[in-house]
Each structure stands twice: as C-alpha cells, then as structure tokens.
Design a protein around this ligand. Structure first.
Ligand code: BYC
Length: 484
C-alpha cells in the first residue's frame, strides 16, 4: 500500500497539507470565512483570557511520531490549520453496498445530502463545546487545568476548521452557506441553538467539564471512529487526524475526575471519615463527596447517550449501506461488512418492560455504536474505582442503566432509576435528586469553584497531576495571565 504524506504548508494564513496554494477557489473561500471565525472566537471563545500567553500544542505535521509543537501562544493567534491524515492511495470502500470499490475522492452525487448532513452535525458540536466552556477559565483550579481547558478549546476550533474545509471544498454554494451557519448558531440559544441536545446544556463547573470531556468527548471519539471508516476518503482522512487530538481531551476528563476523587479520598482519610455517605462531614473538608461525583457521572453519561440517536434508525442504516458511516473499528471486524442478513440485539420497551429484541443489524447501528461506547466508557470508571479502593473506602462509581434519564430513543417516554427499574412520574419526581445533582449539590460545587492562579498551586478539591504537560515541572507557568 502506498502512503502519501503531504508536507504541511505553514507559511500562508491557513496552515494546511491539502495543497490549498494550488486550489485558489477553496483558498479564497476559506480566507473569506476566516474573519468570521476570528470574530466568533473573540465573542464566544474563552472569556477573559484572550490576551494571555498559553502554553499550547499546535499541530504542525501529521506524522504520528512528531506532529505537535509546544509554545506560548495568545489564543486568537493560534494557527488553526487544515490537516488530513496521509492518503492510502489504493484505499477501497470498506463496507456497505459499494464495498470493495475505490474510495471516493469526490462526493458521490446520490449521497450528497446525507454526507453533508453528517459533516454539518459533526461540525456543529465543535464550536458548541467551546461556547459551553467559555466561562470556565475564571474559576480554574490551577494554571495547569486552565491550560488544558484552552488546549481542548483551540483544538475544538481546529475541528470546526476540519469540517468547514470539507464543506467549502466539496459542497459548493450550499457548503458555503452551511459553513456560515456554523458560526451563527449558539449553544443554548432559544432561537438558534446548536443541533444536538447535549451541546445546548450548561457546563457550569469544573467537575462538569471533566465529566463532559470524559463522557461527551468519548462520543466524539466513537462518532469520529465511525466516520473515519467512511468511503468518502477526505472525510475519513480528516477524522483520522482529529482522533489524534481527541485522545488528549479524554485524558483531561479521565485524569481530572481521578484527581477529584483522589483529593476527596485523601481528605476523608486524613479526617478519619470512613462513611462515604456522611456528606455533610466530607463537604466540610472542602472536597466533593463521592455520591455527588456519582450524580454528575449519571447526568453526563445519560446526556451523552442521547447523542447516539434512536436505537433503531433508518438514517444510520442508510449511511452504512451507502458506505458513508461505518461501525466502530469496522476494519477490525470479521463479517461481510454489509449486514443485510444479520440481526443485532436492541434493548427496547416492550409491553411496559425493558427487553432485548433482535432487529435488523443495519437498523441497529446507533445502538451498536452506543454499546461499544458503554464498554469504552466503563474502562476509565474502573480506574476511578481503583483509587477509591486503594483508600479502603466502601464506594464504587457505577454507570447508570441506559434507560436512565433519556430524552432520545426507546426510553425517552418513561422514567427509570439507575438500575433500569421503571418509575412512575410521582416516584421519579420524588427520587430525581437521589440520582442527579440537586440545587443544593450545584450550590455546594459552585461554592468550591474559587480560582487558583498561583503557579504550582491547586484548589482544595483537586489533587495535582502526576506529571506536567510536555514533561514540565510542577511549578511551570502554563498560562501567563494578561489583562483582557
Ligand atoms: N439531539 O434516525 P435518528 C463530538 C434527530 S460529539 C437532537 O436516530 P441518526 C464532540 C436526528 O437528527 C459527536 N436531535 O438519527 C464531543 C434525526 O433528525 P432528522 C458528534 C437528534 O441520524 C465533545 C431524528 O432525530 N458527531 O464530536 O441515526 C466536544 C431521527 O433520529 C438527536 C456526530 O454525531 C439528538 N441527540 O443519529 C466536541 C456524527 N439524535 O434528520 C465535539 C454525525 C437524533 O430526521 N451524526 N436526533 O430531522 C450522526 O451520525 C447522526 O446524525 C446522529 C443521530 C448519531 C447524531
């Protein structure tokens, strides 16, 4: 297989490895879109820190061995580029009815609308998360965490560029209009909201940020993995490189929650508290009690499950059949990659009970991706529990049942508890605060969100990381704060 690694052109306004210099139409279109993007970043990007110098990594290559460089950058001057993973010159469409045909280098006319919709939905989530997190810098528990937040934010910005490039290059006038609209919608706006539910929710505090980057960015990983399999080669290559960056976002989430748990356990041990449910005593120590961490996990996990769409979906079947969106790691699966005669078990609400039913595998692709997600999400939860176990505290974080607190799909019309037991409306109202953060929980967490901007210092409720970013020492000044 020939692999063609295109060099990155770093000299122009838009760093790229797609030979923009030889493509004046697309170059002009992107240069026209650029000022609107910068306006959006200045209006909706991190609030209060746009003039600060942040120790950021910037993608300068797509070579897995050395693709990033670290340096101080003011965020509006970040080099957002268009970078695609290397092209495999003899790549074939890996699944669906066109399986085995050469991968498409241009948009297949019959699938144009479907492909555009997938790209627009993916694109819409990227700026949405920046909007949701824009106020968090002000309450950062350390400069290390603040830097990680901004790293995630600038890379979500680059992921928007990645999708906008595809729209501008391959979808003509309607692509241009969609690219504009991506800058117009706003997370949580009553009239022009972002497209998917979880991206219109608030990220009110840092525990939510860590849960979001653990759970919701992991949906990003699954969806990008599915799109990286696409028969439309430019989409596949774009997503493959985005996944390289995405790994850090989930690292921020997983280690963030680990550090919160670690600090809580340390404080409990030092104070001689053994009962994790003695919430008032734990909170007096200035740390977040484990039951509240569990509630936050319940909230973010359930909101994220909604992002997989309906369990049974003709859209998903059509996208697979057409060769546009595959399964998680399609290339490692051993079957016919067409699924026309296969079935897949789906959890459904049948006769008022949650039961498994075999349905056509093509219709069940959202469910299958969601199942793969749940397995993946459970791995880090196991690592969180190891920390609790090391302190000998009798508590385990558990992912709630998939029917819990759902707004999309089979279980959106019912209420269930975290074990999947169906509840009446009255029971749900009564028990809701046992499972999800109550106003009191939110107020308590908010009371802890005091900024800690001293170099090498951390807020009371979170442990320092084990190692610094880019192997920097503990007292490294990750952000040089300047007046905005
Ligand atoms: N909210 O047939 P269905 C990320 C709509 S995260 C609102 O089940 P489908 C990131 C649906 O649009 C990954 N509406 O839908 C993470 C459809 O409407 P139409 C983002 C919803 O297409 C952190 C109707 O209901 N990428 O990257 O099978 C930070 C019927 O539904 C929702 C993608 O999602 C919802 N939750 O599945 C930054 C990849 N769910 O068309 C970034 C691209 C469904 O009938 N998207 N609806 O009017 C897709 O693959 C699919 O569109 C979905 C939905 C998985 C989202």
């Amino acid at each position: 297989m020939t692999i063609n690694i295109a060099a990155v052109d770093y000299d122009g306004l838009i760093p790229n490895n797609v030979a923009l210099g030889d493509d004046p139409r697309v170059k002009r279109a992107l240069e026209k879109w650029h000022p609107g993007y910068i306006d959006w970043w200045n209006d909706m990007g991190p609030e209060g820190f746009q003039a600060s110098l942040v120790y950021l990594r910037t993608a300068i290559s797509v070579d897995p061995k050395g693709w990033a460089k670290f340096d101080y950058v003011r965020m509006p001057e970040y080099r957002w580029g268009v970078l695609l993973a290397p092209q495999h010159t003899d790549r074939k469409i890996p699944f669906g009815r066109h399986k085995g045909e050469p991968a498409w280098q241009e948009v297949p006319g019959e699938y144009r609308a479907m492909l555009r919709r997938l790209i627009v939905i993916q694109g819409d989530t990227e700026p949405a998360s920046v909007e949701q997190q824009r106020h968090l810098g002000k309450t950062a528990p350390s400069l290390y965490d603040m830097r990680n937040l901004f790293q995630v934010n600038v890379e979500e910005g680059r992921h928007l560029w990645a999708m906008v490039y595809l729209l501008q290059k391959y979808f003509g006038t309607d692509g241009r209009e969609e690219a504009e609209a991506l800058l117009q919608r706003r997370s949580g706006h009553p009239d022009t909201p972002r497209m998917l539910g979880a991206f219109n929710e608030k990220t009110p505090d840092w525990l939510s940020f860590f849960m979001f980057t653990y759970f919701t960015d992991r949906d990003g990983k699954m969806q990008l993995e599915a799109l990286a399999q696409s028969g439309f080669d430019p989409l596949s290559r774009t997503c493959r490189f985005m996944l390289t960056e995405e790994a850090h976002h989930m690292f921020v989430g997983e280690t963030g929650v680990t550090r919160v748990i670690q600090r809580t356990c340390e404080a409990m041990k030092a104070a001689g508290i053994t009962d994790p449910y003695d919430i008032a005593a734990v909170r007096k120590l200035g740390v977040i009690d484990l039951p509240t961490i569990q509630k936050k996990a319940n909230l973010h996990f359930s909101l994220t499950l909604d992002l997989f769409g309906n369990e049974i979906s003709t859209n998903a079947a059509n996208a697979f059949h057409a060769g546009l969106k595959g399964r998680y790691r399609e290339d490692r699966l051993k079957d016919d990659h067409q699924l026309e005669h296969d079935t897949y078990p789906v959890l459904r609400l049948i006769d008022g009970k949650i039961q498994s039913e075999d349905v056509s595998a093509l219709s069940a692709l959202n469910m299958r991706l969601r199942d793969d997600y749940v397995v993946d999400a459970n791995v880090g939860v196991g690592r969180w529990n190891k920390v609790i176990e090391e302190f000998g505290i009798p508590f385990q974080i558990k992912l709630p049942h998939v029917a819990f607190h759902r707004h999309i799909g089979e279980f959106s019309g019912i209420h269930a508890d975290v074990n999947g037991t169906l509840l009446s409306e009255a029971e749900w109202t009564q028990k809701r605060n046992d499972y999800l953060p109550s106003d009191g929980d939110k107020d308590f967490i908010e009371s802890l969100m005091q900024p800690q901007f001293e170099t090498g210092q951390f807020a009371s409720w979170i442990a320092p990381p084990k190692v610094g970013i880019d192997n920097k020492p503990g007292d490294f000044e990750y952000v040089k704060i300047a007046d905005a």
